[in-house]
Design a protein around this ligand. Structure first.
Ligand code: HEM
Length: 440
């Protein structure tokens, strides 16, 4: 029987789908004084929204809060409790740079400060359908920390999902989401069986039959690991690459679609391999209703190396089991969009605030980033990498299977550069109160 999730104890940021369009703000804090930090947890626990079915004018508005390992430490969480969190979380994202492919220009030494530093303790994320309602939602949160000595706001990032939901390279995003047992929130692929709740929330059985717990159990229960990464996108470079490696405008769009696995409209190659179908792209009942293996085992429609087939191979024959590497994912644009047709970089910082939510940092986020994005062995493509987000100092290779002759691209430049990020834990509401009452 499926576990019933305690939605009123789980933060909205973990499970609740976001409105379209929306704006979001990330605010990071440093805790300089343990008691002030605990006080903040108590105040914030009264402001954060739960994943329980919301009503009223602020129904699609949420405020969520997450802590880093250093943040839990700054609150004085006992060492035995700290040690019960996953070891990747305890190390923090910057320390994991080699496995994540954050080398060269993406190296933590080059990250925007204070990202990746031990000063980053608490991250508040507010999401709403427009700037006015976001301000209304942030007001009580601001009230909670304004004037508190011992707490310093050290970083802020505003971001947005535009009405057409396109990310800065021009592809419709936010289409594919897993279904989660007991959440009442439907997934988007009718061919995918819902995943066990313990894949995403601690304290429930997962796909492997285990249950992630912390010491004490209450601290982890109904919480999730959250990864956020600020990913700069080289939009002009991406456009120029497509143009110089295609025969004409139609071929350029085909190459872009083969690299992503979807046309820019969101229509999947799996369902319309030859030509874009914008009506299909816009139809949320159809645009994610597909699998790969029976129809397209060789990747003649959706290349095995494309971004979406790599990051979720669905039922395709690969080394391993795709279901244990799924994630809840939110991508939110930051910075000004580069106007259509512009091929020269204007120097503006633009890209994606990528967010992952799951119960297993190692076998979900890190595995996908290291084995599926930055390697090709799992589907028999040697050292090929993700042509959209992969990184390689010698350039990425990508194969576009085609009959009679495949097309092969080598030396693809790096289009995405990591500006920073962190591993956080988003506790349940009871756990936030537990943190506020710590007496160590
Ligand atoms: C700037 C960087 C990125 C861009 C521009 C990007 C863009 C996209 C787009 C346009 C889609 C298709 C829309 C959808 O299926 O919802 C997608 C899907 C996806 N992306 Fe990314 N992405 C980026 C980074 C990442 C990273 C870092 C990961 C994980 C390590 C990731 C994992 C996924 C997954 C799991 C899917 C859904 C695949 C599916 O279920 O078919 N993406 N991405």
């Amino acid at each position: 029987m499926a576990a019933v999730l305690e939605l009123d104890d789980i933060q909205a940021g973990v499970l609740r789908p976001r409105p379209t369009p929306y704006v979001a703000t990330y605010i990071a804090f440093r805790i300089d004084d343990r008691k002030a930090g605990r006080d903040l947890m108590g105040r914030i626990s009264r402001v954060v929204t739960s994943a329980a079915n919301p009503q009223g004018p602020l129904a699609d508005t949420s405020v969520s809060v997450a802590l880093t390992y250093q943040g839990l430490k700054a609150l004085g969480v006992p060492q035995a409790s700290l040690d019960s969190f996953s070891w990747e979380f305890c190390q923090g994202m910057a320390a994991r740079f080699k496995d994540l492919g954050d080398t060269g220009e993406s190296h933590p030494d080059k990250w925007e400060q204070p990202l990746g530093s031990p000063d980053l303790h608490v991250v508040l994320v507010a999401v709403s359908r427009d700037a006015n309602t976001l301000e209304a939602a942030l007001a009580p949160a601001r009230e909670a920390y304004r004037g508190m000595s011992g707490i310093t706001a050290i970083w802020r990032q505003d971001c947005y999902a535009p009405p057409n939901e396109k990310e800065p390279f021009g592809f419709k995003d936010g289409i594919s989401h897993p279904a989660i047992e007991g959440s009442g929130i439907p997934g988007t692929n009718p061919h995918e069986q819902p995943l066990k709740a313990g894949e995403f929330v601690l304290g429930y059985p997962d796909e492997m039959g285990g249950t992630q717990k912390t010491e004490p159990e209450l601290l982890g229960r109904n919480g999730s690991y959250v990864v956020f990464r600020k990913l700069h996108q080289r939009v002009a470079e991406f456009r120029k690459y497509l143009m110089t490696h295609s025969k004409d405008a139609a071929d350029e769009e085909l190459l872009a679609a083969k690299m992503m696995g979807r046309w820019r409209s969101g229509a999947p190659l799996a369902l319309c391999p030859v030509q874009d179908d914008p009506a299909l792209g816009a139809d949320s009942t159809r645009n994610n209703a597909f699998m790969y293996e029976a129809d397209d085992p060789a990747g003649l429609k959706t290349p095995g190396g494309s971004h979406i087939r790599r990051t979720n191979p669905r039922d395709a024959a690969i080394a391993g089991v795709a279901r244990i590497h799924r994630m809840i994912r939110r991508g939110t644009a930051y910075g000004p969009l580069l106007p259509e047709g512009v091929l020269e970089d204007d120097g503006a910082d633009r890209g994606l605030m990528f967010a992952f939510v799951g119960a297993h940092l190692g076998r979900q986020f890190e595995f996908v980033q290291s084995q599926w994005v930055n390697d090709g062995v799992f589907f028999g493509a040697g050292e090929d990498k993700d042509p959209v987000i992969g990184s390689d100092p010698n350039g990425v290779s990508f194969t576009f299977p085609k009959k009679p002759l495949r097309r092969r691209f080598q030396g693809i430049p790096q289009f995405v550069v990591t500006r920073g990020g962190e591993y956080c834990f988003m506790p349940g509401l009871r756990a936030l109160r537990w943190l506020s009452e710590l007496e160590t």
